[in-house]
Design a protein around this ligand. Structure first.
Ligand code: GLA
Length: 433
């Protein structure tokens, strides 16, 4: 009857439908780049402390990120004091967060951004800081709400599957009960293998806004490839689980760090857009080279990621020569295609047609997302040839041919903030404004 009690508890859970994250979240998170560096004496620039988050908030606002939609500043592990306070509440490390989290939240809110924080369903966080056990779920949810937190990443180290099955829905309910809208990111699937029948994706979609499915990303192309491979191999289980307010999370964008070439960085951006993945960077926004900046701030790639239909894309094809094709349907009868080369020799030519990629009969145009050029006069059967760099992509935004001579616009609604307009400058030629 334990099982019965568990099921009853779960069905009592109020669905996490507070209207948040209709499109995948965008922002910045500390973990992949700054890990658990708490050595503020020898490494003051890079240690986990309030200054780091204030610096990143400043960069998001001043360097054009916020207006593109990058709005969450997310604290990861290692922010806590080893001890709860006298009321049993979590508290930040007093030396590294002397102002407290509420003050940091105000700083971030004053700049039009949102604050995320990290906790762990279990006795300890993955790095050994105080965890949230079943009996502290309510108090922790209330503490976060009282601080003005907008997003919770709820990890799952140091707990067993029964505690997770109880704890993740209970935290959802506890967050709802605070009355403060908070996005809820669940790491639950990672700890139970990421796939059905052990993971119930429809339950997850009801209680969480997003969830980590698979292993942690590391600063390498190998890691990115491994993640994409796992998500694609399991797309029949994962892809239908996603939609507005419920997203699979293949983990952070590592663009701007040390492990990816420019081509590989484009590939991560393109594939994360196809996968409707959270665009949460983990890099040093204070020291970012322009190639990384241009890729992360590519308006069309961002707009594709943020498409309002929220349909996750799929891998369509794996050719024997290690070229793969990914596809995502978008609003306004448009779609995105990504041609990925997993070769390691030289730029390779790929011959195909839209018909071969299952497009309906009709006339199309395509905008090349990373070169800015436009391909016109395509119909479904037109043969075309692409050159794809090794561990690189060609990414196309494909839309029905525009017929009127005058300015005709196709636009994406990106969050509330901005709108990207494809403007017909001259017949058959598009520029992105
Ligand atoms: C786990 C998570 C990571 C990060 C670390 C922090 O490994 O998957 O994203 O939060 O814990 O310890």
């Amino acid at each position: 009857h334990l099982k019965k009690t568990l099921l009853a508890l779960i069905s009592l859970t109020v669905a996490m439908d507070n209207g948040l994250l209709k499109t995948p979240p965008m922002g910045w998170m500390a973990w992949e780049r700054f890990r658990c560096d708490i050595d503020c004496k020898d490494d003051p620039e890079n240690c986990i402390r309030e200054d780091l988050f204030r610096d990143m908030a400043d960069r998001l606002v001043e360097d054009g990120w916020k207006e593109l939609g990058y709005e969450y500043v997310i604290i990861d592990d290692c922010w806590m004091s080893m001890l709860r306070d006298e009321h049993g509440r979590l508290q930040p490390d007093p030396f590294r967060f002397p102002g407290g989290i509420a003050k940091l939240a105000r700083y971030i809110h004053d700049r039009g951004l949102k604050l995320g924080i990290y906790a762990d369903m279990g006795t300890h966080t993955c790095m050994g800081f105080p965890g949230t056990t079943l009996d502290t779920i309510n108090i922790d949810a209330q503490t976060f709400a009282s601080w003005g937190v907008d997003y919770l990443k709820f990890d799952g180290c140091s707990s067993n599957p029964i505690e997770q099955m109880l704890g993740y829905p209970l935290m959802s309910k506890a967050l709802n009960a605070t009355g403060r809208p908070m996005a809820y990111s669940c790491s639950w699937p990672v700890y139970v293998g990421g796939l059905p029948p052990k993971v119930n994706y429809s339950l997850l979609g009801d209680i969480c806004h997003l969830w980590r499915n698979y292993v942690d990303i590391q600063d390498s192309w190998d890691s990115v490839q491994g993640i994409v491979e796992w998500f694609s191999n399991n797309q029949d289980d994962l892809q239908p689980a996603a939609g507005p307010g419920r997203w699979n999370d293949p983990d952070m964008l590592i663009i701007g760090n040390f492990g990816l070439s420019v081509d590989q960085a484009r590939a991560q951006m393109a594939l994360w857009a196809i996968m409707a993945a959270p665009l949460i960077m983990s890099n040093d926004l204070r020291n970012l080279d322009n190639s990384a900046r241009f890729i992360l701030q590519n308006k069309v790639a961002v707009a594709i990621n943020q498409d309002s239909m929220g349909i996750q894309g799929r891998r369509l094809l794996q050719e024997k020569n290690h070229i793969e094709v990914y596809w995502r349907p978008l609003s306004h009868s448009a779609s995105a295609l990504v041609f990925l080369s997993r070769r390691t020799d030289m730029p390779s030519l790929y011959h195909t047609s839209l018909a071969k990629l299952k497009y309906d009969t009709g006339n199309y145009e395509a905008y090349d997302v990373f070169t800015g050029s436009t391909v016109t006069g395509l119909n479904a059967t037109t043969q075309f040839t692409l050159s794809i760099n090794p561990s690189g992509v060609v990414m196309w935004y494909v839309y029905p041919e525009q017929t009127s001579k005058e300015t005709e616009t196709l636009h994406y609604q990106h969050n509330k903030a901005s709108q990207f307009t494809f403007h017909k400058a001259e017949p058959g030629h598009l520029t992105v404004l």
